[in-house]
Design a protein around this ligand. Structure first.
Ligand code: SAM
Length: 156
């Protein structure tokens, strides 16, 4: 995985489109112990450190019921990534591959996802284990883990 925005041997960048097809809003911010990419784990671990997920107003009320889940899914915006690479040369493996065959943070829409363990909710903050992102990473969404989630009633 790239620790810098430099192009590595064999990598290819494209001209990034100047249009925007949709807009998102950040619903919060993730606080982690890591300030540099090389300090982050490549993927979160269930026994990783507790990280604090801050939800901004007016979205705090949307957390109602979240405490009932042990596992939740977080979607976040890997905001310090370049977005124009189509071919990448990951540092951890010697195969040069297309962006969509990697979980690299460098992608056109740099959305990261992690299934995390919810240790505690304290008002607007969720304490979770299992993250891999930099301190200050913007939060895009919170969902119950798709395996744990059972609809209360199926639509007729
Ligand atoms: N778990 C997510 C996924 O699979 O979608 C992200 C995986 S990505 C391989 C995780 C890596 O992205 C970290 O190890 C770090 O190098 C990098 N990273 C973390 N936070 C970032 C951020 N805010 N901006 C850019 N890169 C970030």
């Amino acid at each position: 995985m790239a620790e810098t925005d430099d192009i590595r041997a064999g990598e290819q960048a494209v001209t990034f489109p100047d249009r925007v097809d949709a807009a998102i809003i950040f619903i919060g911010r993730i606080h982690t112990p890591w300030s540099e990419r090389k300090q982050c784990p490549r993927q979160g671990r269930r026994d990783g450190p507790i990280c604090r997920v801050e939800i901004f107003e007016p979205w705090v009320e949307a957390l109602d019921g979240i405490e009932t889940y042990q596992q939740i899914e977080l979607l976040y915006w890997l905001d310090r990534s370049r977005r124009d690479l189509v071919i990448q040369n990951p540092a951890h493996d010697d195969r040069i591959r297309g962006t969509f065959s990697l979980r690299s943070p460098l992608r056109p829409n740099p959305i990261g996802t992690s299934i995390v363990t919810l240790a505690e909710r304290d008002g607007a903050f969720l304490m979770v284990r299992g993250l891999d992102c930099l301190d200050g990473t913007p939060l895009v969404d919170v969902k119950p883990d798709r395996c744990a989630y059972t609809p209360l009633a199926l639509p007729k």
